[in-house]
Design a protein around this ligand. Structure first.
Ligand SMILES: NC(=O)c1ccc[n+]([C@@H]2O[C@H](COP(=O)([O-])OP(=O)(O)OC[C@H]3O[C@@H](n4cnc5c(N)ncnc54)[C@H](O)[C@@H]3O)[C@@H](O)[C@H]2O)c1
Length: 333
């Protein structure tokens, strides 16, 4: 299946197809210098598969993990490009999860003010969410994604077969983002996820999630308003992540975060679907710590914050609330 992201001169195509990794040379322009960026957790056969289709590639493997989405790795990758005389007509291919995609995308956005970037996401989270929409970034001073750019890829190749090597808990973490998008934007898709087995229908799950993301991004590429809906579950989720990063995965934090700011009826349905997929629904939180982490998060705008609330499945409201009201909401939750 092919989906288009229509953003004027920044438009691009997403191919969702089993084994499409092997077709990279026909789908992407690899007849130039290509920097392949991946991480130490990605099975080497995927990297070799792409490298084997390039005429002139340089491979750079960063250590796996969120901590490596940093300025040091950014600098290392820029040095590789300079040392190998990459020009503005060359390209970067990212093969990996959101860490590789965000970092490699930001390097592509920055080098010579922008060179072509192809994204080949290999986690479920990156296939249904982070590989599309052009948000690239690194973390700095413990603040997630604080330095970055909006920079759309030239093409995205999604091969569901690569999920066979992804650890179970990473897969489950990715499903949280599909549930997030269904909850705010598509009640039928929510019912589908509730009634059917997502793993048996993974191509549909990827495609339906991406259709929601694409529609939002096309209307609001640079997050002036509507795109904030994609942050459903993330305001609290990021704060939980900041305090439980060694215990919980991103999707698990988002799952917990979605249970705030939803109506009672939505919360009940969310608990059922999260439980079905093995995602957490309860955690003992210290409201003070969570509140402090939210203040630290870049999404706090002055003394206000925009929260996404879901009055019923398939709908959402963006609300600006004061930081003080947020504290009260957290204590009452
Ligand atoms: N740009 C965006 O719009 C956006 C949206 C959501 C999240 N993100 C970012 O995405 C990042 C999280 O991404 P993630 O959840 O993909 O984590 P990740 O990139 O850290 O990958 C998780 C782990 O899985 C391993 N892995 C990846 N693919 C594999 C495969 N096919 N088989 C075996 N192992 C594999 C990796 O080596 C890594 O250890 C965060 O930095 C977050 O900020 C960005």
């Amino acid at each position: 299946m092919r989906l288009n992201v229509n953003l004027g001169k920044n438009s691009y195509e997403i191919l969702i197809q089993r084994n499409c990794l092997s077709q990279a040379a026909t789908e992407l322009n690899l007849k130039r210098k290509v920097l392949i960026v991946s991480d130490s957790g990605i099975p080497t056969q995927y990297i070799e598969n792409i490298a084997g289709q390039c005429e002139n590639s340089v491979i750079k493997i960063i250590p796996q993990g969120e901590n490596n989405k940093n300025i040091k790795q950014f600098t290392n990758l820029c040095n590789v490009l300079i040392d190998n005389n990459f020009t503005r007509t060359d390209a970067i291919v990212g093969i990996g999860g959101g860490v590789v995609g965000d970092l490699a995308g930001f390097v592509a956005a920055s080098y010579m003010r922008g060179i072509d970037f192809y994204n080949i996401p290999t986690t479920l989270l990156s296939q249904i969410d982070s590989s599309v929409g052009g948000k690239t970034a690194i973390n700095m001073q413990q603040v997630k994604n604080i330095i970055g750019a909006f920079y759309q890829p030239k093409k995205v190749l999604i091969d569901p077969d690569v999920l066979t090597t992804l650890p179970e808990r990473q897969k489950v973490s990715g499903i949280a983002e599909a549930i997030k998008m269904a909850t705010t934007s598509n009640a039928d898709f929510f019912d589908f996820l509730l009634q059917q087995d997502a793993w048996q229908n993974i191509e549909k799950v990827i495609a339906e999630s991406l259709k929601i993301k694409i529609s939002v991004v096309e209307q609001d590429e640079k997050e002036a308003g509507l795109r904030k809906v994609l942050n459903f579950g993330h305001t609290i989720g990021h704060a939980i992540e900041a305090n439980f990063s060694s215990e919980l995965y991103h999707g698990e934090c988002v799952a917990l975060g979605m249970l705030y700011f939803s109506s009672k009826q939505v919360k009940e349905k969310l608990k059922i679907i999260l439980h079905k997929y093995g995602l957490p629904t309860e955690i003992a939180l210290n409201p003070d710590l969570i509140y402090k982490s939210i203040l630290h998060d870049k999404k706090a705008e002055g003394n206000q914050i925009t929260i996404v609330s879901v009055p019923e499945i398939g709908s959402f409201e963006l609300k600006k609330i004061s930081i003080n009201d947020l504290k009260t909401l957290l204590i009452d939750a």
